[in-house]
Design a protein around this ligand. Structure first.
Ligand code: ATP
Length: 617
């Protein structure tokens, strides 16, 4: 990702390397703006031709004025001058109109392009493997793709438009003055070449600096977020972290600021030298034409035309070079956006998937599964075997880091194991389409997600395949033991949850967990996966909740991870995990009789809870 750091890139490659991105950008602009691009191009052509017409009519105006004054001032002699004057005025009027229309069209294009890019970034963010979210490279790439990606194509469009428009004008002006001396335009072209390369070179350096400092800029964003998000606000106050984060933020900003200013200082100096060279060339060519007029080999109209063409042409060429380097600079940044779009997920559906499971008859199986998280040296599961019989509730218990949550992530196919297979009724889950597989799961993750939305929507998003009826939403809430709590909210199921928007109501951790559980239960999937479903519940609520689960899980296969033995003991079967392996299994009574790890942990937990009961209760 940082191959540019400190590497010398040949000049030609700096330019040719961007061509594919320019082509992709052109396609992106076309796909997102369609007919607006046609209007845009048409107006650019009009705006390119009008200045040339003005130059031609200005020469004719000066010549007809000189001739009219020589022949005596009468309507007949001055008529041509009036006509040319009117034409010049009309041209100015049309130019103004065209500029306003172009501005409006560009604003329209910018909006459309922005929305198109956001949609692509969002789509790709959902498409990439979950593993991408655990790699710093992914965040670097996402950060670079997002940084200004929304505005870059619109800027590119603006500068590309300027290049096209000004090039047409310059070519037409060249045709006008080339008859005075073919070398003139060549001299003019050479006058802007140094400026062009200076700007392009610094654009490239700036892009390299921007790319190489991605990590620093992400840290800056991180510190900034710590100050402005609710999650960190309590600890920042409690631990006096404000000055600590501020100092870290300041140190990074100071470093970046001085690097950038150094770059800009060098750039300004080089630009000034290049501009002086250009001005010298203009001075020489104008002097040459003035001398010719003085000698009588050119008219006053010729001098006017030449002056306008040379001065206008040079300023246009300067603007072309500036725009070209902007096109180049913006395409460098867009390269990052395209690189992000090119990320390919590894976890994909098979070409010919099996029909998704609607009900399990045998159950879930893990056979000889070995799995190590991407980028991690530690093996989370080692030659792991497990059977969850169809229609049963199986509890998985075990110490922190035993590999319990990993089972759920593998069943969702967020990752694939390195060896072994995971099966539904004997069929490898990799043979189902990813959508079918995930639709067959009702999952409650360890950390429930809270959405800033009304309660009913918070639950309904558990199944977006069809609109959920209020009855279905209420039934799911009842199964999760959330109905009573929701009924006490100010607007019941219509209450807006979350504190980010006006009139929102926040919930406790346990209440959010119940909402998340209702969301999982709304989906009538054949497999239920619950990761610490009662971690926020008190022991009374827990027992009632389990009774609901018994009813709900009828005919379904349930895998429940829990640290609470009081809930695990109610399951049909208990699997005890440690260090990525099953070390004991059986019913609660069987495991207590075995007097192994489970029995010891059970006794420890019971004793701890006895100690926790206050005197007099
Ligand atoms: P807990 O009871 O604390 O939730 P667990 O039994 O669910 O623990 P897992 O989350 O499955 O444990 O983690 C198993 C092992 O994999 C642990 O050693 C953990 O550090 C590691 N691990 C978990 N997630 C990742 C990850 N995304 N990348 C790298 N290693 C991970």
């Amino acid at each position: 990702m940082t191959e540019l750091r400190g590497k010398k890139v040949p000049l030609l490659k700096k330019w040719t390397g961007q061509i594919p991105y320019l082509v992709r950008t052109a396609k992106l602009i076309w796909v997102s703006t369609r007919e607006w691009s046609i209007f845009w191009a048409a107006i650019l052509i009009v705006l390119a031709v009008l200045p040339v017409a003005t130059v031609v009519w200005m020469k004719a105006l000066v010549d007809s004025l000189v001739n009219g004054l020589r022949a005596g001032t009468s309507w007949t002699t001055m008529q041509p001058a009036v006509v040319y004057g009117s034409l010049i005025l009309t041209t100015s009027l049309i130019t103004e109109l065209a500029h306003s229309t172009l501005e409006w069209i560009r604003a329209m294009q910018a909006e459309l392009i922005q929305d198109y890019i956001s949609a692509r970034v969002h789509q790709k963010s959902v498409e990439v493997d979950l593993a991408f979210y655990e790699s710093p490279d992914y965040y670097d790439s996402l950060y670079r793709a997002r940084d200004d990606a929304n505005t870059r194509p619109a800027l590119l469009l603006e500068h590309l438009g300027a290049v096209i428009q000004n090039t047409i004008t310059v070519v037409l002006l060249t045709l006008l003055i080339v008859r005075y001396s073919p070398w003139m335009m060549l001299a003019m072209a050479f006058s802007v070449v140094p400026a062009f390369f200076v700007v392009a070179h610094y654009n490239w350096l700036q892009h390299r600096w921007w790319r190489d400092t991605t990590v620093e800029r992400r840290w800056i964003q991180y510190y900034d977020q710590k100050f402005t998000t609710a999650a960190a606000a309590p600890e920042i106050r409690l631990f006096h972290l404000g000055p600590f984060f501020q100092a870290a933020f300041e140190a990074l900003r100071t470093n970046l600021r001085s690097q950038r200013l150094q770059l800009i200082r060098k750039q300004s100096l080089s630009r000034m030298i290049a501009a002086l060279a250009g001005m010298g060339v203009v001075g020489i060519t104008l002097g040459w034409m003035g001398w010719r007029t003085f000698r009588g080999s050119a008219t006053l109209g010729d001098l006017t035309l030449f002056y306008q063409a040379i001065v206008g042409g040079q300023s246009l060429m300067r603007s072309i070079t500036a725009s070209l380097t902007q096109v180049y600079g913006n395409s460098l940044f867009l390269g990052e956006f395209f690189a992000f779009l090119d990320l390919k997920p590894k976890i994909v559906s098979p070409k010919q998937p099996l029909p998704g499971p609607s009900v399990l008859r045998e159950g879930i199986g893990f056979r000889n599964v070995t799995f190590c998280y991407p980028g991690s040296e530690r093996t989370a599961l080692q030659n792991f075997d497990l059977v969850v019989p169809a229609g049963k509730i199986v509890a998985i218990v075990g110490p922190n880091g035993a590999g319990k949550s990993t089972l759920i992530k593998l069943l969702c196919r967020f990752y694939d194991p390195q060896t072994g297979s995971i099966t539904f009724d004997g069929r490898d889950i990799r043979h189902f389409s990813i959508d079918d597989l995930r639709s067959s799961l009702s999952v409650l993750f360890q950390v429930p997600v809270s959405y800033d939305a009304p309660v009913s929507d918070n639950i309904a998003i558990g199944d977006v395949t069809s609109p959920s009826s209020p009855e279905a939403i209420e039934a799911a809430a009842r199964s999760a033991g959330a109905h009573e709590m929701i009924s006490c909210l100010p607007n019941g199921y219509s209450t807006l949850l979350g504190k980010s928007f006006a009139n929102g109501t926040d919930l406790s951790g346990g209440e959010w967990q119940r909402i998340a559980m209702a969301r999982a239960f709304l989906r009538e999937a054949p497999v239920i996966l619950l990761d610490e479903p009662t971690s926020f519940m008190d022991s009374w609520a827990e027992l009632e909740w389990f009774d609901h689960l018994r009813v709900l899980s009828k005919g379904r296969t349930t895998l429940m991870i829990t640290h609470r033995f009081t809930i695990a003991m109610r399951a049909d079967w208990i699997q005890v995990m440690k260090d990525g392996r099953i070390i004991e299994s059986g019913t609660h009574e069987m495991l207590i009789r075995q007097d192994g790890f489970y029995a010891q942990s059970w006794r420890d937990q019971m004793e701890a809870s006895q100690r926790a009961v206050p005197v007099g209760v």
